[in-house]
Design a protein around this ligand. Structure first.
Ligand code: ATP
Ligand code: MG
Length: 329
C-alpha cells in the first residue's frame, strides 16, 4: 500500500478524528492532508516524517519508504559494483527512485560513474548526492549516488567516536534518506572487514552476486553463516533476497556444472544468470548507455529480469518499461 492509501485508510478507520486535528498534531499546515487525500497533492518525505509519530500513537506504523539492499560477497571481482549500477538503472527505468552508496574504498562505483570531484562520502556529515542521468530515460528518472574516496573514507572510519556502536553508524546515516527513495543500493567492498558488516546491519536485504567457479562456490558457503550471525546479533529483519550468477557462459561446461551444483546446495539461488558481456560493460554503464540496446542485449535482459525479481521479492510494484517488452529476445 502506498502512503496516500495508508493515510486514507487511517481516516476511514478513525472516523472520530478530524483531519485538521491530525494536521495540527503533526505540525502540518492547515489543509495539507486534505489536498493529499482529495487533490492528488504529493506525499513528501516531510509529511511522512511528521505523521509517523502521530500515527504511531494510534497503533499505525508508517513504514520507511526505501528498501535498503546490500550487494555483498567477500570474494572480489564477482560483479557487486556492476550489479549495483545495472540494477539501479533498470529499477529507475521502472520508475523507482534510487540512491546508490559507494561503501568500497576502492571507489570503483565512483570511478565507473565518473564522479571526479570530491562530493563527500557517506560519513562526511552532509554528503552531496551526485545525480546519475541515464540517457534515453525520462526526466523523472532519479538515480543519486554518494561517492567514496579511499583516504577520506578510512580517515572517517578511524575518527569515529568510540562511544557509539560502530555497526550502527550507517544505519543512523541512512535514516536521513529512507523516506526519499524507493531503493538504497549499497556497493560493498570485498574481504572480511567490519565495514560490510556495518552495511548488513543497516540493510533490509542482501543480494549476493557469485560466479560459476569453484572458489566463488566455496566462499559463498562460508559467507552465509556470517550473514546469519548479523541476523542473530544485530538485524533480525535482514533477508537474503537473491543469490545470482554473474559472468556466466552458457557454452562453458564447467560453468553449467557449477551453477547446477550451486542450485542444489542453495535453494535460494535464482535461475537468472547474468551472461558474460562481449563488450566492456563498465563503458556502457559509465557512458550512461546501458539500456540503449534494449532486450536485444542479453546482459540488459538478464539485469532487467533480475531487477523485476528483486523488486517483487521485496514486495514493490513493478512497471516494466515498454522498450524492454518490445525488443527482440
Ligand atoms: N556480466 C559481465 N560481463 C563481463 N564483464 C563483467 C560482467 N560483470 C562484471 N564484469 C567485469 O568484471 C570485473 C569485476 O566486476 P565488478 O567490479 O562489478 O566486481 P566486484 O565484485 O565489485 O569487485 P570488487 O570485489 O573488486 O569490488 C569488472 O571489470 C567488470 O567490468
Ligand atoms: Mg566492487
Amino acid at each position: 500500500m502506498n502512503y496516500k492509501d495508508v493515510i486514507i485508510q487511517f481516516f476511514e478507520d478513525h472516523p472520530e478524528l478530524a483531519v485538521a486535528s491530525i494536521e495540527k498534531a503533526a505540525g502540518l499546515s492547515n489543509g495539507r492532508l486534505n489536498r493529499i487525500i482529495n487533490q492528488h497533492a504529493a506525499v513528501t518525505p516531510l509529511v511522512i516524517e511528521r505523521l509517523r509519530p502521530v500515527f504511531k500513537r494510534y497503533g499505525v506504523e508508517l513504514e520507511r519508504r526505501a528498501k535498503v539492499v546490500s550487494f555483498f560477497n567477500n570474494k572480489n571481482g564477482v560483479g557487486k559494483t556492476t550489479s549495483v549500477l545495472a540494477t539501479a538503472i533498470c529499477a529507475a527505468s521502472m520508475k523507482k527512485e534510487v540512491l546508490m552508496i559507494d561503501l568500497d574504498p576502492q571507489s570503483n562505483l565512483t570511478s565507473v560513474c565518473k564522479v571526479g570531484d570530491h562530493l563527500g562520502h557517506v560519513f562526511s556529515g552532509k554528503p552531496n548526492c551526485y545525480r546519475y542521468v541515464h540517457s534515453g530515460q525520462n526526466s523523472r528518472t532519479k538515480i543519486d549516488m554518494i561517492s567514496c574516496l579511499y583516504h577520506e573514507f578510512w580517515d572517517a572510519i578511524d575518527k569515529m567516536e568510540k562511544d557509539v556502536d560502530f555497526y550502527d553508524r550507517l544505519d543512523t546515516v541512512l535514516d536521513k534518506y529512507r523516506d526519499e527513495y524507493d531503493l538504497i543500493l549499497i556497493d560493498n567492498m570485498p574481504g572480511r572487514s567490519k565495514v560490510p558488516k556495518m552495511a548488513l546491519v543497516a540493510s533490509d536485504y542482501v543480494a549476493i552476486p557469485t560466479r560459476a567457479e569453484e572458489k566463488s562456490f566455496e566462499r559463498l558457503r562460508s559467507m552465509l553463516p556470517e550473514i546469519q550471525e548479523v541476523v542473530n546479533l544485530k538485524n533480525p529483519k535482514l533477508k537474503v533476497v537473491s543469490i545470482f550468477t554473474t559472468m556466466y557462459e552458457a557454452d562453458n561446461k564447467d560453468h553449467r556444472l557449477l551453477y547446477e551444483a550451486n542450485c542444489i546446495a542453495l535453494p535460494s539461488m535464482t535461475n537468472i544468470k547474468i551472461p558474460q558481456a562481449l563488450t566492456s560493460i563498465d563503458e556502457e554503464l559509465g557512458d550512461h548507455n546501458f539500456l540503449r540496446t534494449g532486450k536485444k542485449n542479453s546482459v540488459v535482459r538478464a539485469y532487467m529480469e533480475l531487477t523485476v525479481e528483486l523488486l517483487n521479492n521485496m514486495g514493490l510494484d513493478v512497471e516494466v518499461p515498454n522498450f524492454i517488452n518490445k525488443g527482440k529476445a
